[in-house]
Structures are given as structure tokens and as C-alpha cells.
Design a protein around this ligand. Structure first.
Ligand code: AFP
Length: 337
């Protein structure tokens, strides 16, 4: 029997992005998919090909140790994006400055992209899921050439966002602003097929996800929320379960499918948290909101933050709508410093 499965490309073409005006965006999403397949392949055999571990003593713009696979993933995505010619420039977690493509095709493209090529890479050596996160915007003007400033758009202007989780299977989760769908990589055919249509995040969950090792560094309001999660209360199903992978993509993917709250707060040592607004918080916020959830930085919606720099950090509370609303109440009623 012939399979009726739809590839990501076919699904976008026929359904989510039907119409000629979307061809360039579909092609750009295809460039991302190509690199994701290559990264998936590299990760699957990394231990055999001696590409686990740190890349010498190299550190990234955030002062974090760079892994060999961070570099490989970054190169694969940048190659695919540049050669595909469907975006005018890129901001990557691995590169300090924005990269503007100079070839004739890319120059005339209307899209720009911000990407974390391999998030959670400190987990690679121990075989824990890692991911790619990306955010796509339209250029604010086609008349002038783009500059770093052109990337500094609010999250609510994103035209598409997605992540690829390299876990027990490789799954590509995508929104183009019309709900959220996911595609699973068939490792034999090496193609992504539609596997989760129109995902809705449960309104509430029983899992919270936070690096509790930072408890004494957290603002009072968050400490009280965590204590509340730990208390027994039959009516609300507490105590909640604590689940923290330490790989944002894995923690958010679980919350998206099962319900839950993911937290990376500000703390005494890290007044802006750790996660990056433009290629971690914004795309995840867009996806989760499109699935019916919420994402805030403690004070306001992530997607309404006006960015000042391409690598800026932001605290984030993201997940099931009722859980985000509740933590927001804790924050408003208690001290959040
Ligand atoms: P790495 O890419 O350095 O592994 O960091 C992963 C990450 O950016 C995000 O994926 C995790 O949620 C978060 O950091 C974990 O940070 P902590 O180790 O401070 O909890």
C-alpha cells in the first residue's frame, strides 16, 4: 500500500502556507530542514566520529564553553541558509555579530533569521536531547540593505518560529502563526513527515521545570511559588512533579505535549536570567502562544519586549496558560527582586 503521509514541505504547500506569496518562506523552511537532517545525522554518530566534547578552550559570546558539535551545527545551518538564498541575513548564538549575506539572491530576500543552532549542548556528551531553535522575521524595508538593527524587532512580528528536538526521535515543531504542527524525521527515508497536527498545550499541568539548585538565589516570589508546588493539596493535584532536563528544547517540548510550566528566572547572580531573547525566548513564546499557552518575563509578555541587542537575555516563565497566570499572581503579590 502507498503511504499517505505528508512531508513537511507538502503540508506547508497544500495547507498552512498555500499560495504563491509564501513560496520563499516555504523554501527557507526547507533550508532549515536540510540542515536539521544533517545535524541529526552528526549527533547520531557523534560518539563514533570523535566529535563529542569541547572545542578546545573556545567560549561563545556569553562566555560559555563551545562544543565541537556547536561549531558543526552552526556551520551546517549557515551553509544551508546562505546557499539556499532564501534569507538576507542571520544572527546565530555562536557568532558575535549579525551575518549579512552578500550574494545577489540572498540580498533580495525578504526574510531574516535568528537561530540557536544547538541548544543544550552541554548535554550532548551524556546523550540527553538537544535542539535547534529559530525565529524568522520579514525585513523592515527592502529599499535599504539590512544591518544588525534590522534584527531588533519585537517577537510579535515573527512570521515563523520553530525548534527541532534531537531526542529518541528527531521532531521539527513549527508555527507560521496558524497554530502549531510537528513533523517527525523518518530515519530511513531521511524526510520529515507530519506527525502532530494542530498541537494544543493543556491549560494546566502537574509539572514544573526549574533549576531548583538556584533556589536561594531566586526572588522571594519564585521561592514561594516553588514551595507552593511542593505542598500537598488533593484538590489541585499537588505536590507537582519537578522535571528539569537542562535542555530548554526538551523541557518545553514536554510542557507543550503534557502541560507544565518552564521557568528560567532572574536570580541574584543572573539579573536577566540566562536564556536569550531573540533566538530562545521569542521563538518558544510564539510557539507556545500559538498552541494556547502563555509566556512572560515576570512583568510582561515575552513577545512585547522591545529588543536592544541581538544577544540580550531575558527571564522566562512559559507553558500552560493557567500555570503562567498563577505564577504571574505570585510575582505581582510578592517581592520579585
Ligand atoms: P547549554 O547550551 O550551555 O547546555 O545551555 C542550555 C540552556 O541554554 C537551556 O537549554 C537550558 O534550559 C538552560 O541553559 C540550563 O541552564 P542551567 O544549567 O543554568 O539550569
Amino acid at each position: 500500500m502507498v503511504s499517505k503521509r505528508l512531508t513537511a514541505y507538502q503540508y506547508l504547500l497544500k495547507d498552512k502556507l498555500a499560495g504563491d506569496k509564501n513560496r520563499e518562506l516555504i523554501a527557507l523552511l526547507k533550508d532549515i530542514k536540510l540542515a536539521a537532517r544533517q545535524v541529526s545525522k552528526e549527533l547520531n554518530s557523534a560518539g563514533l566520529n570523535k566529535i563529542l566534547g569541547d572545542h578546545g578552550g573556545l567560549k561563545n559570546v556569553h562566555g560559555e564553553k563551545v562544543k565541537k558539535l556547536d561549531i558543526i551545527a552552526n556551520d551546517l545551518f549557515l551553509n544551508s541558509l546562505e546557499n539556499g538564498g532564501n534569507c538576507a541575513g542571520v544572527v546565530s548564538e555562536e557568532i558575535e555579530k549579525s551575518l549579512i549575506f552578500n550574494n545577489e539572491v540572498s540580498k533580495n530576500s525578504k526574510y531574516i533569521i535568528l537561530i540557536d543552532p544547538l541548544d543544550g549542548s552541554s548535554n550532548i556528551d551524556v546523550n540527553v536531547p538537544v535542539g535547534t531553535i529559530f525565529s524568522i522575521f520579514k525585513r523592515s524595508s527592502m529599499k535599504t540593505s539590512i544591518s544588525t538593527k534590522g534584527f531588533l524587532q519585537k517577537g510579535n512580528k515573527q512570521v515563523a518560529a520553530g525548534y527541532i528536538i534531537y531526542g529518541s526521535s528527531t521532531i521539527y515543531v513549527l508555527t507560521v502563526g496558524k497554530g502549531v504542527d510537528a513533523f517527525t524525521l523518518d530515519p530511513v527515508v531521511q524526510e520529515f513527515y507530519l506527525s502532530h497536527k494542530n498541537i494544543k498545550i493543556p491549560k494546566k499541568g502537574r509539572m514544573y521545570s526549574v533549576n531548583q539548585g538556584n533556589f536561594y538565589e531566586f526572588p522571594r516570589a519564585l521561592q514561594e511559588y516553588i514551595r507552593w508546588c511542593e505542598q500537598e493539596d488533593i484538590k489541585s493535584g499537588r505536590p507537582y512533579s519537578l522535571r528539569y532536563v537542562g535542555s530548554m528544547v526538551a523541557d518545553i517540548h514536554r510542557s507543550l505535549l503534557k502541560g507544565g510550566l518552564f521557568i528560567y528566572s532572574k536570580s541574584k547572580r543572573a539579573p536577566n536570567g540566562k536564556l536569550r531573547l531573540m533566538y530562545e525566548c521569542n521563538p518558544m513564546a510564539f510557539i507556545i502562544e500559538q498552541a494556547g499557552g502563555l509566556a512572560i518575563n515576570g512583568e510582561k509578555r515575552i513577545l512585547d519586549i522591545v529588543p536592544e541587542t541581538i544577544h540580550q537575555k531575558s527571564p522566562i516563565f512559559i507553558g500552560s496558560a493557567e500555570m503562567v497566570k498563577l505564577i504571574s499572581k505570585f510575582i505581582k503579590s510578592k517581592q520579585f527582586n
